[in-house]
Design a protein around this ligand. Sequence first.
Ligand code: ADP
Ligand code: MG
Length: 280
Amino acid sequence: MTPPNNPPAAQGMGANSQTPLVLPWEPKALRRRRHILLLEGITVVFEGFKALNNLNLALREGELRCVIGPNGAGKTTMMDVITGLIRPDRGEAWYRDSLNLLEADEVAINLAGIGRKFQKPSVFESLTVWQNLELALKAKKTVFSTLVARLSGAEKAYLEENLQLINLAESKDRLAGSLSHGQKQWLEIGILLVQKAQVLLLDEPVAGLTTQEIERTTELLLSLEGKHSLIVVEHDMSFVRSIARTVTVLHQGAVLAEGDMATISSHPAVVEAYLGAETC
Ligand SMILES: Nc1ncnc2c1ncn2[C@@H]1O[C@H](COP(=O)(O)OP(=O)(O)O)[C@@H](O)[C@H]1O
Ligand SMILES: [Mg+2]
């Protein structure tokens, strides 16, 4: 067992955190097997500027991870790398121990089980809530004949179940375009769920939502924990506190700190770089 050539730095966890240390001496294959998503030494250079700089991120199956950091820290670029939109200049990225994310294309990555919700909801506004979910279910199958086929009883039940989960059962016949911003966000999460995304990447899921909608989103994301693996990028710190398990703080394209909320809040470099005078 030879140590990796360029081991990632051991990332300290809060004393109360259940997250195991990323062990620098652990063989790569074993580390991949222990995580559903693993980024190691990812560097992305835009015209000489390092948007990501030797970034390491290890997500366990079923984990709900918050990623915070100032504007320009590299959060969106990190999601772009995971989803195959951007190819990094250096590093490795794996989904489970089977899919090399740096070799697969966007469609293959999505089909393998990584779903992304962009900051701006992208639902079909002229279709109903139900039709949006139906389309998501059928699109997953990719075979043309299924696009015109009627849903089976089991498929209908599956969509109903997901409608309940995203709190839109009573709005299922409404046009998606008539939904509130928060409801559109839930519908988009519902689309990822219907498509059986194992890893959900959510970019600012509560931006622009009402207090009530934020509470409902909190419940929804907590209910997904354990069944799905989530990376939630969010600026709203009271929301982050309400769902926080392990929090990763990005700064200048790298991990500045990682741990539970108490660890992060009292980390001097984090307070200086991001949280400022905010009390956590
Ligand atoms: N396509 C691009 N070309 C040049 N610079 C980019 C590009 N995309 C992002 N950047 C830069 O990379 C840095 C990280 O951006 P981003 O990942 O969007 O940060 P965040 O999502 O944390 O706000 C920023 O300084 C941004 O200006
Ligand atoms: Mg961003």
